[in-house]
Design a protein around this ligand. Structure first.
Ligand SMILES: NC(=O)C1=CN([C@@H]2O[C@H](COP(=O)(O)OP(=O)(O)OC[C@H]3O[C@@H](n4cnc5c(N)ncnc54)[C@H](OP(=O)(O)O)[C@@H]3O)[C@@H](O)[C@H]2O)C=CC1
Ligand SMILES: CC(=O)[C@@H](O)[C@H](O)COP(=O)(O)O
Ligand SMILES: [Mn+2]
Length: 382
């Protein structure tokens, strides 16, 4: 029985992780969880799964929970709470499904406590990929991707990766505005942006998908997860989201992972690895019905966030930290009606161009740059 800690239990990945645990009660047991503000759902989850540790966003929420829950359930809050839930001594594996770079310190705490990590929280790898991967190597823990593209690559990689892999090809749906020109993006609404054609996901990643910053973050995520140079990572538009990504080998062979768009597949695989389990209620891929798959080169002037992410990744140091923090603030501002859709890449670019790069940043440098960037973008917004 694998004991699981889960950060972000009330979110899109979090709830699907619980679906997997519910469907495989002989394989997995939830021992700790954290959520943010969604008390109603969070409390329901605690009653159903009976974890020993629970963490919430604020002290007020924690105080309320302590009254409601039996005394044997430990309740924490804030960043310390995330760390307690992530590194809980009884767990074997952390599924990090929290949104944003707030996931960094809990991930490091779990690694130091010897837990394998199923990582959905890509912002952590973008902001501090060199530190997370170095720590995972040092403590001998597995960093298993949950992001669908990276799970696909993980499943297609074998042999002598350093010598035999030519490149990774990440597929991108193009998001909710994939068929619109740059000019047509003027005045698009939040509701339109949240209407992803293939995936039902949390709000932030759905907007990232529409700007294609999501693919940019995924390029940086792939660089760290698979230790590849940026020259070895390509992005291809594939509007059906049936091929989840590909690996090209030096003999020209291309291995791809295909399936219907269902995040329970990569979540479950990260948890059961190296075994595969039945996916209860999973839809079978019927290529005869799909008929045709489409592929296209992304236009980097149209998808400016993807270009900014490639550039920040190649510059390295604290550039990806700035890219990520500025994007988190700008997306939140768009979601709250404070800036237009096209303001997102504008503010990210502005933050990047005014930043003095720190070349090999420590954890402390990253935390400081993350805070400074958020503050700076807030002042632009004001
Ligand atoms: N959704 C998807 O299909 C995919 C998601 N990912 C990645 O997985 C991560 C999660 O995405 P998704 O599930 O869509 O996001 P959601 O917004 O649906 O869920 C986020 C979760 O994190 C919690 N949370 C948010 N902020 C904080 C905070 N400051 N402290 C503690 N908890 C917090 C939320 O709590 P609450 O709601 O209670 O406030 C919620 O449980 C992201 O990094 C995303 O990029 C990657 C691939 C696919
Ligand atoms: C499901 C998943 O992994 C998302 O990151 C998804 O890839 C978003 O789709 P696009 O970014 O390709 O639109
Ligand atoms: Mn993805």
């Amino acid at each position: 029985m694998k004991k699981i800690s889960l950060l972000g239990s009330t979110g899109s990945i979090g709830t699907q992780t619980l679906d997997v645990i519910r469907a495989h009660q002989n394989e997995f047991q939830l021992v700790s969880l954290s959520f943010g503000r969604n008390m109603e759902l969070g409390l329901q989850q605690v009653h159903e799964f009976k974890p020993e540790v629970v963490s919430v966003l604020t002290k007020d929420m924690a105080d309320k929970l302590k009254v409601e829950l039996p005394a044997n359930i430990k309740v924490y809050y804030g960043e310390e709470g995330l760390i307690e839930a992530a590194a809980f001594e009884k767990s074997d594996m952390l599924i990090n499904a929290v949104m944003g770079s707030v996931g960094l310190k809990p991930t490091l705490a779990a690694i130091e406590a010897g837990k394998d990590i199923g990582i959905a929280n890509k912002e952590t790898l973008v902001t501090a990929g060199h530190i997370v991967t170095e720590e995972a190597n040092k403590y001998g823990v597995k960093l298993i991707p949950v992001d669908s593209e990276h799970s696909a690559i993980y499943q297609c990689l074998h042999g002598d990766v350093e010598k035999e892999v030519r490149r990774l090809i990440l597929t991108a749906s193009g998001g909710s505005f994939r068929d619109k020109s740059l000019a047509e993006l003027e005045g698009v609404t939040v509701k339109e942006a949240l209407n992803h054609p293939n995936w039902n996901m949390g709000a932030k990643i759905t907007i990232d998908s529409a700007t294609m910053m999501n693919k940019g973050l995924e390029v940086i995520e792939a660089r760290w997860l698979f230790d590849m140079d940026y020259e070895q990572i390509d992005v291809i538009l594939h509007k059906e989201s049936i091929i989840h990504s590909m690996v090209e080998y030096i003999d020209g062979s291309v291995l791809a992972h295909l399936g219907t768009p269902d995040m329970r597949v990569p979540i479950q695989y990260a948890m059961s690895y190296p075994k595969r389990l039945d996916l209860h209620g999973g839809e079978k891929l019927n290529l005869w019905e799909v008929g045709t798959l489409h592929f296209e080169d992304p236009d980097l002037e149209r998808f400016r966030c993807l270009k900014l992410a490639f550039e920040a990744g190649k510059v390295g140091g604290t550039a990806p930290t700035v890219l990520n923090a500025a994007n988190e603030v700008a997306v939140d501002a768009f979601l709250n009606g404070k800036i237009p859709f096209l303001g997102i890449d504008h503010f990210v670019e502005k933050a990047l161009s005014s930043h003095s790069i720190i070349k090999a940043p420590s954890l402390n440098d990253i935390v400081m740059v993350d805070i400074e960037t958020r503050r700076k973008v807030q002042t632009y917004l004001n």
